[in-house]
Design a protein around this ligand. Structure first.
Ligand code: CU
Length: 113
């Protein structure tokens, strides 16, 4: 019985980790939250399907952006959020235009749903 509980707990934790970022096999869809926290995007890399909305939430005191060729949130003030929708398959590299030099960058892998 104890063994079973441990297996369930590990499975639950693995499920949460997968849910957080998705994977090539199990991309996320709907609305996916990406935190702007500590001058980093979190998660830094996500897998989503075409049509997914990315909701960037700024938990820092500094202003951030999430900027790519495919989308641009514009300025996101402290405590604010901004959403963009990805509508094409491919890998999107994005940056915060203010903190790119501090390696505030992220990647969105957009795959067919
Ligand atoms: Cu920034």
């Amino acid at each position: 019985m104890r063994f079973l509980l441990v297996v369930l707990a590990v499975g639950f934790l693995a499920g949460c980790a997968g849910q957080e970022e998705g994977s090539p096999e199990e991309p996320r869809s709907g609305t996916v939250d990406i935190m702007m926290r500590g001058f980093e995007f979190e998660p830094r890399e996500v897998w989503v399907t075409v049509g997914t909305t990315l909701r960037f939430q700024n938990e820092d005191s500094a202003v951030h952006t999430a900027t790519a060729d495919a989308f641009d949130t514009g300025d996101v003030a402290s405590g604010d959020q901004a959403s963009v929708t990805v509508d094409g398959v491919g890998d999107i590299q994005y940056v915060c235009i203010y903190h790119e030099a501090q390696d505030m960058t992220g990647t969105v892998h957009v795959v067919q749903g």
